[in-house]
Design a protein around this ligand. Structure first.
Ligand code: ADP
Ligand code: ASP
Ligand code: MG
Length: 438
């Protein structure tokens, strides 16, 4: 069977005409790169705006019946510039004004947000000489807006089976009635993974603006070491805990099919990047860590009750309060007479006082305290398993920086250590742990 590579290019990789040229060079360098998934134009420089953010703002203004010409004008200029520089024979003015009319007429938030990918897909397909296949015809959601995995897989095989080279915009699909639905932010990675799976590709390439998955966020440490190989599980832990390089949900479609993912740098084609491999592959980083990531803004609800572990229904009641308030728990470290609930603060919003009162009524604790502003650091690596001294190194590094550790948990798989610190200590803590291992 002919070998196929699916290549997804992120926002910075397609931010302007200069980047489009690099992308064309990459795509044409290997004829196996037959299905290309673009994001909307991202930032060209630090203070620039992502087209998707501009579109969300247009939607917001329009939904309040306010004039959005100024913001839409920025988007129009971005696309006109790309078309003019690349001399594309596309009536971009017409496409842009049609979409503007629809935004004004009250189209949905998802529809508006998806237009960055849609237009970029049209431009890229013209520039590459590939067919444009609208994601609304391939990526299917059910009436309730849930992703329809089987329907999509069938559609991808059916439609792309007869098209040798195509550009499919990332980030969105449609319900049976044609209504557009987007994935969560960064979701073009998911589209790429779905297409890779659907066409039975031998490789899913994810092209971005860094030399692969790095040991830590390059905004926290200058030039961190790239990770050569990483397992799906490690990558999921790191992406979930705040490294946005690859959307955490993009792992599932390809992992199941055993398709390797290669994260590459559009700005430096020679870099081999990071290869994501099977969870059972030989451990690359024996005796050390693979990467560190972190997220801010968690709230701790600390509950004490003497002999709580002898009350059979204590935990059930506690979880019921959270469940009925629509709250998910991130972690729940406990000791004999106490338990802490670690919850993303954004979920609590104005519900915190109500939840505390309900726990008082239902669980009758001796005391209940809350601590906002906690950050979580995840130290991840298969190489830590059954290796002595890793935790000592991590906690010594934090102690030497004067960072107070407020919580520790370790997954039973020993794949990660999660450490709770003050929000303000997050960057300092990650940098200190990185230094301890490099
Ligand atoms: P794209 O637009 O290509 O999808 P993203 O912005 O979604 O790219 O992800 C790449 C960015 O992720 C990098 O520019 C970098 O700033 C950030 N980042 C955070 N943590 C990491 C990490 N551990 N390794 C690499 N990049 C990281
Ligand atoms: N453009 C979308 C976003 O900014 C999707 C993506 O970039 O993957 O979230
Ligand atoms: Mg991304």
């Amino acid at each position: 069977m002919e070998e196929i590579i699916v290549a997804k290019f992120g926002g910075t990789s397609l931010a302007d005409s200069k980047q489009f040229k690099k992308v064309k060079e990459i795509v044409l360098a290997d004829e196996r790169r037959r299905y290309i998934v673009p994001s909307a134009p991202g930032k060209r420089y630090k203070k620039d705006h992502k087209v998707t953010d501009l579109l969300y703002m247009c939607y917001q203004l329009a939904s309040h019946k306010l004039n959005f010409d100024e913001v839409y004008g920025i988007i129009e200029k971005r696309f006109h510039d790309i078309c003019n520089d690349l001399k594309l024979e596309i009536d971009i003015g017409e496409i842009l004004s049609e979409i503007k009319e629809k935004i004004r007429a009250g189209e949905s938030r998802d529809y508006v947000a998806s237009r960055g990918e849609y237009i970029n897909g049209i431009l890229l397909s013209e520039y590459l000489g590939f067919e444009f296949v609208d994601a609304k015809d391939l990526i299917l959601f059910d009436e309730k807006g849930h992703f329809d995995w089987e329907g999509t897989n069938k559609k991808v095989k059916e439609l792309l089976g007869s098209i040798s080279t195509a550009v499919i915009p990332g980030f969105y699909g449609a319900k049976p009635n044609g209504e557009i639905v987007t994935f969560s932010r960064g979701g073009s990675d998911i589209t790429g993974a779905i297409i890779a799976r659907g066409v039975d590709s031998i490789l899913y390439e994810n092209w971005t603006d860094v030399p692969g998955f790095l040991m830590v966020d390059p905004k926290i440490v200058d030039n961190p070491k790239p990770i050569e190989t990483i397992t799906y599980k490690e990558l999921r832990e790191l992406s979930y805990m705040g490294a946005p390089v690859l959307h955490a949900e993009s792992i599932f479609p390809v992992r199941e099919a055993g398709i390797p993912i290669n994260i590459r740098n559009t700005n430096s084609i020679e870099d081999p990047g990071t290869t994501i491999v099977n969870d059972l592959s030989p451990i690359a980083n024996v005796g050390t860590i693979t990467g560190i990531a972190g997220k801010k803004d968690f709230t701790v609800i600390a509950i004490e009750k003497t002999l709580m572990n002898q009350e059979k229904d204590f935990y059930r009641k506690l979880i019921t309060v959270l469940e009925t308030n629509d709250i998910t728990i991130e972690h729940m470290p406990s000791s004999i007479d106490s338990v802490s609930l670690i919850i993303p603060s954004a979920q609590l919003n104005s519900k915190l006082d109500k939840i505390i009162e309900e726990i008082r009524i239902y669980c009758k604790p001796d005391s209940i305290d809350t601590y906002p502003n906690m950050a979580l650091i995840a130290v991840v690596g298969r190489g830590m398993i059954r290796t002595k001294g890793i935790s000592a190194k991590v906690f010594t590094a934090l102690a030497n920086e004067g960072i107070n550790v407020r919580m520790i948990t370790q997954g039973s798989s020993e794949l990660n250590i999660i450490i709770g610190v003050e929000n303000d200590d997050l960057e300092k803590g990650i940098a200190a742990i990185y230094r301890a291992f490099n």
